[in-house]
Ligand binder design. Structure first.
Ligand SMILES: Nc1ncnc2c1ncn2[C@@H]1O[C@H](COP(=O)(O)OP(=O)(O)OP(=O)(O)O)[C@@H](O)[C@H]1O
Length: 278
């Protein structure tokens, strides 16, 4: 088997005397899409920031492509919850700027052309010359997605990228991102509070117990076949079992989980993988 693309090895993060999470181990395979689910405050964003190289663990390490990460890299693009666009640049200029950083030998024209192509892929060809203030929230988020995808990162890290969008836009963008990431063979890691979003997108769902001292308590393997669509999801055999399993975790097991007195068979380094939909 290939080495995983991302190996998280026993990371902990402490603020003062409080450990937000401890002894967190997981891996993400090449081309795999993993969602991280857990209650507010358990440390999901902190984990994503560590994977991005924007924060460092107090213990443990993150290995990407066989090397311990020590900082940010264009190989690991982040799509944030807010759009993080430069307001004085047009949509095309925002994407072109990222492309020029990624490809220093490209001339302006090449960056501009590739930026327009990336915007067209997320349905924004017509808005390429508008500035962020002239775009809706959904359109701004699309620009952020186009920018992240355009630089063809090996790994795409997403922190609730669709949470600020209306249901219709969210559904459309989820399917788009899923398609684009699959086509590009990218590795995906996404934080979400939306159980259906996790079921739609993820190959595996990591369930985090409540903090402080949070852990990965369970790993749920999503055996529902692809392609999946938001509209078709709840008709798929196994969907309800999968959804109930994740919801039950969020309602009770996330709170009851104790790393010092864990459920039978649990160990931090080899968290049990469950297949509730199988
Ligand atoms: N720089 C910091 N200094 C002190 N405490 C911090 C810092 N960053 C995060 N925390 C604390 O760490 C905990 C985890 O924060 P984090 O944002 O990772 O949680 P989360 O699971 O992503 O939450 P949410 O779902 O609400 O976004 C929180 O209690 C937060 O207050």
């Amino acid at each position: 088997m290939d080495r995983p693309d991302v190996q998280v090895e026993g990371i902990a993060r402490r603020f003062g005397a409080t450990a937000v999470f401890e002894d967190v181990w997981f891996s993400v395979g090449r081309g795999e899409f993993v969602c991280l689910v857990g209650h507010s405050g358990c440390g999901k964003t902190t984990i994503l920031n560590i994977l991005a190289g924007l924060d460092a663990p107090d213990d443990g390490a993150v290995i990407v492509g066989g090397r311990e990460i020590t900082g940010p890299s264009l190989d690991r693009a982040v799509i944030f919850q807010s759009h993080a666009l430069m307001p004085w640049m047009t949509a095309a200029q925002n994407v072109a700027f990222a492309l020029s950083c990624r490809n220093p030998h490209w001339n302006r024209r090449m960056c501009e052309d590739a930026a327009r192509e990336a915007l067209a892929r997320v349905g924004l060809a017509h808005a390429a010359d508008r500035k962020p203030a002239q775009l809706s929230g959904g359109m701004k988020q699309r620009v952020g997605i186009a920018r992240a995808l355009a630089i063809q990162p090996r790994i795409l890290l997403m922190d609730e990228p669709f949470s600020a969008l209306d249901a219709l836009t969210r559904g459309a963008l989820q399917e788009e991102v899923s398609r684009l990431v699959t086509e590009a063979g990218q590795t995906g890691f996404m934080i979400t509070h939306d159980v259906d979003e996790a079921i739609l997108l993820a190959d595996r769902i990591l369930l985090m117990s409540n903090g402080p001292g949070a852990r990965i308590a369970e790993v749920v393997v999503n055996t529902l076949p692809r392609p999946r669509t938001r509209a078709g999801l709840h008709h798929m055999p196994g969907y309800h079992a999968l959804r109930d399993h994740v919801l039950d975790f969020l309602i009770t097991r996330s709170r009851d989980f104790e790393a010092t007195n864990p459920p039978a068979g649990w160990s931090a380094r080899a968290v049990p993988e469950l297949r509730p939909a199988a």
